[in-house]
Write a protein that binds this ligand. Sequence first.
Ligand code: S3P
Length: 431
Amino acid sequence: MSEFHISPIAKPLRGTIRVPADKSISHRAAILGALGDGETRVENFLPSETTHATLNCLRALGAEIETIDATTLVVRGRGMRALREPNDVLFCAGSGTTMRLLSGVCAGQNFLSILDGAPALKRRPMARVAEPLRAMGATILARDNGKLPPLAIRGGNLRGIDYTLPVASAQVKSAILLAALFADSPTTVREPSLSRDHTERMLKACGAELQIANRESRIHPTSRLAIPNSQFAIPNDFSSAAFFLIAALLAPQSEICIQAVGVNPTRTGLLDALARMGAQIKIENTRNESGEPIADLIVRASELRATEIAGDEVPRMIDEFPILAIAATQARGETSVRDAQELRVKESDRIGTLAQEIRKMGAQIEERADGFVIAGPTPLRGARVHAHNDHRLAMSLAVAALVARGETVIDGWECVADSFPNFENVLRACS
Ligand code: S3P
């Protein structure tokens, strides 16, 4: 287990930085490339533990994937009907996105696939994908009465369904949409609040017939996906940019520009919350990249005040609550988060682990079943903390350490490789 020793920053953060490629879109680009006909070039792919798990699974399913360099791939698909039965377990490492999205693909195949993962993934709920895929006609067996990995899937001969997700989840919605491509009739999927819509955008761009209204998508089966211009160019990850947004807001006199960040509105709830908190963030040079809006974010150190987050905003910033919590420790008043019980089933129980670790640094946080309340501003102190195998918790603690008094040691730092392997280099580039 590796440790990261981090000292408070002595001077403002300055300069122009780039964060790594979007994790969600990287997984989807590889999967759709593998279902496409012929060569798809993927530019600015995220090289990480989780996305490499997806590549390995797709190779085991018969796709040929060439790594040109760390961030460029060529995926050679042989069409939607050309996947083959893997002769070993599909190992999804710690990646929920890999397991859930590939469950949808495997449900469409007339062969046996067994999906398994690392111990942390084995604890994450899978009934949420297994149930709708069973309703479509797939046979899915799983541990603990069909709830936990590994998943054994024998698919094929699917029928379209009309399904309302009990909780907003882009992974579950995407699994259903991918399976629906292989069904014999259209599928409608509805969510209580809108989650990230990358799958819908990408499937549409590939020619799938998809009608989208509010929180409902209706998709028709298809026999062919045509990758636009035979390439995907992945935007940089808003969720990775979030750590540097908060670091620059909190470190006095800082001003940084984060270039070419994905600003899909289903992902940028944090910007709305920060605007209410008084953050000075400018969104400039907005443009389009492979069907996704991207922009440069210019952020200046700001005095923050507390806010409340609940309801539809929660899925729009579902991965940003650990870093929002660090901002809340420095904001005047009580910041409250509700309706976010999903945080308990992420890479760690993100309400419990967050509270446990930031308390060690002096934060005043009260845990709730579906969120937390943080009182601020509170001076933070350096401490020995633990990442709990959760990359976003690890990086949030690192940002807290930058504005704390005294050194912090983060145990289990290696998990940052799940989404942001060069975090330390990017931090050095602006500090
Ligand atoms: C993701 C969806 C979200 C998010 C995860 C990535 C995706 O999970 O937390 O990091 O790529 O679709 P849920 O679908 O479980 O909310």
